[in-house]
Design a protein around this ligand. Structure first.
Ligand code: ZN
Length: 308
């Protein structure tokens, strides 16, 4: 039996039950008044699937309220299919492919995938490099900034920073406006423990790292040095590898991406990396973790569709 033959991917009742079980771990909660005691599921042939009523505040509700599913007419079972596919594909799935697989319009597929990426955005992550661990930091350039003329180097490109904790094997990525020390240092200081050993290349934006952290190891990519000759633990190969997966995916699957959406694509790759099978997280578990992220991540149609 294929994983996609599970009832919650096909039956709307089962789909709601699946989501309710995972989002209401202590039982149904009224989103209007927080009540849990006097809530009841509404049944009946004409009743909307997944509808509950709170007898404390007298208001109806569903598990969709306050999540990325709110105000969406897409059936829950299709949301679950989409999430399973996106969470399970190595490089991502284009809106066009999602549109063909799910049988929804291209516009709907595009909107769904952006909302799902929003659910992939991690809200709280512990600081990297605690206990004196190694943290790799590197930046890369991708695509093109709108309205910035193509010049030498990277001025016209979008800029991304990535940090990888080598002990927990977790990544954190973000869009940055510049690659100078003024931009980079506050981010590194905010995300990395002072006792960490920080690994970077010789980029001048990292020149002050040694003043704040236990150690600063550098390699000179300019001289073709990818692992420090004296100390083989000094390298940024993990983060380089991360960027190569990200770039191959962006190029092959998503092709065009404006800067206003880049943070969501970053969240998508980061989510899959931090919940990868090499860390013991398999497809169903990954997709359930994604489902746990739908809460409190509303995204209005206007925000998602603002394609400048
Ligand atoms: Zn209530």
């Amino acid at each position: 039996m294929s994983n996609l033959s599970a009832p919650h991917f096909h039956d709307e009742q089962a789909a709601y039950a699946y989501v309710e079980k995972r989002l209401w771990t202590q039982g149904a909660v009224c989103p209007h008044c927080g009540g849990m005691e006097r809530v009841g599921k509404l049944a009946g042939k004409t009743t909307r699937v997944g509808l509950w009523k709170c007898y404390q505040c007298r208001k109806p509700f569903t598990v969709k309220i306050g999540t990325i599913f709110e105000a969406s007419k897409v059936p829950m079972r299709l949301w679950l299919q989409a999430m399973y596919l996106i969470a399970g594909s190595k490089k991502g799935i284009s809106s066009n492919q999602l549109h063909r697989i799910l049988g929804v319009t291209l516009k709907t597929a595009w909107f769904m995938s952006h909302r799902i990426r929003e659910a992939m955005r991690s809200s709280d992550m512990p600081i990297f490099g605690g206990d004196g661990g190694a943290v790799e930091v590197d930046e890369t350039f991708i695509g093109q900034l709108k309205g910035v003329p193509k010049r030498r180097a990277f001025h016209h490109k979008m800029k991304v920073l990535a940090l990888i904790d080598r002990d927990t094997r977790q990544a954190r990525t973000m869009v940055i406006s510049d690659v100078n020390a003024k931009t980079l240092m506050p981010i590194v200081l905010d995300n990395v423990a002072r006792e960490a050993r920080v690994m970077t290349d010789e980029h001048s934006g990292y020149r002050d790292v040694g003043k704040f952290f236990a150690a600063h190891g550098t390699t000179s990519h300019g001289r073709g040095e990818y692992v420090n000759v004296e100390d083989c633990t000094i390298h940024s190969n993990t983060v380089e590898g991360y960027f190569s997966i990200f770039k191959r995916g962006m190029k092959g699957v998503y092709q065009h991406c404006g800067e206003q959406h880049l943070h969501r694509y970053l969240a998508e790759y980061e989510f899959r990396y931090n919940n990868r099978s090499a860390l013991g997280v398999e497809d169903t578990e990954r997709s359930d973790r994604l489902l746990a992220g739908v809460v409190g991540k509303r995204l209005t149609y206007e925000t998602a569709s603002a394609r400048a």
